[in-house]
Design a protein around this ligand. Structure first.
Ligand SMILES: Cc1ncc(C[n+]2csc(CCOP(=O)(O)OP(=O)(O)O)c2C)c(N)n1
Length: 203
């Protein structure tokens, strides 16, 4: 079976993120992110969600706090639902935004139906490049993934990582870790509480 193991990839992200990094997760990635342990105050688990909006949420956060890094871990089906956000993000060019697309080829959390992208032969990396993204990489191994995270810390984005993962169609959907309204308020407070600083570690 080819592709990166999602849990291992997310564990690497947990190990490499710092206290000036916001991490937004959604869909299967949110489930696995929560399973890895307690959340960081700068984590926002977008569950329940309006499908597709994680990329737009990440853009807003990145623009509002250019001194913090923002990582969005999105689903491929979700990105397909909000493809226009690729154009908006490319237009705004937030240097502090990393969007990771969990490219498992399925709607995993609703039972593993193939995304329309699979049948259409869509390559999301090519789509993003065509929308004007300059930093686009496809990761098929843990090593490539780890290197892309290092690169994200050292170079300006926006950066899109298509993370090819093995689907887990039998897995349940993510459960909300609490009332969304309260979590959103706590997250907003946590972001506001991070002292303003310079651009994090940019070349
Ligand atoms: C407009 C709309 N259509 C369908 C759904 C049902 N739905 C919820 S999650 C989901 C699949 C998400 O797939 P993906 O983003 O690829 O993430 P994965 O489950 O693979 O992690 C679907 C189809 C929805 N929430 N909204």
């Amino acid at each position: 079976m080819s592709g990166v193991e999602l849990t291992a990839a997310l564990r690497t992200l947990r190990e490499t993120r710092d206290d000036r990094t916001i991490v937004v997760t959604t869909m299967g990635a949110a489930r696995e992110w929560m399973a890895l342990g307690p959340l960081h105050p700068l984590d926002f688990v977008l569950v329940p969600s309006s499908m597709g909006q994680a990329s737009s949420l990440g853009l807003g956060l990145a623009l509002a706090r250019p001194d913090l890094r923002v990582v969005v871990v999105n689903g491929d089906g979700s990105l397909l639902m909000n493809l226009g956000s690729l154009v908006t993000i490319a237009g705004e060019r937030p240097p502090n935004l990393l969007m990771v697309v969990v490219a498992n080829g399925v709607y995993e959390v609703t039972g593993g139906q193939p995304t329309p992208g699979v049948a259409a032969g869509v390559d999301l990396a090519t789509v993003a490049s065509g929308c004007g993204w300059k930093q686009v990489i496809t990761c098929r191994t843990q090593d490539q993934w780890r290197q892309s995270l290092v690169a994200q810390q050292e170079t300006n984005g926006p950066r899109l990582v298509v993370l090819e993962t093995r689907a887990n169609p039998g897995a349940a959907g993510p459960r909300s870790p609490g009332k969304a309204q309260l979590r959103a308020a706590a997250f907003t407070d946590a972001v506001a509480g991070v002292v303003a600083g310079g651009m994090p570690g940019r070349a």
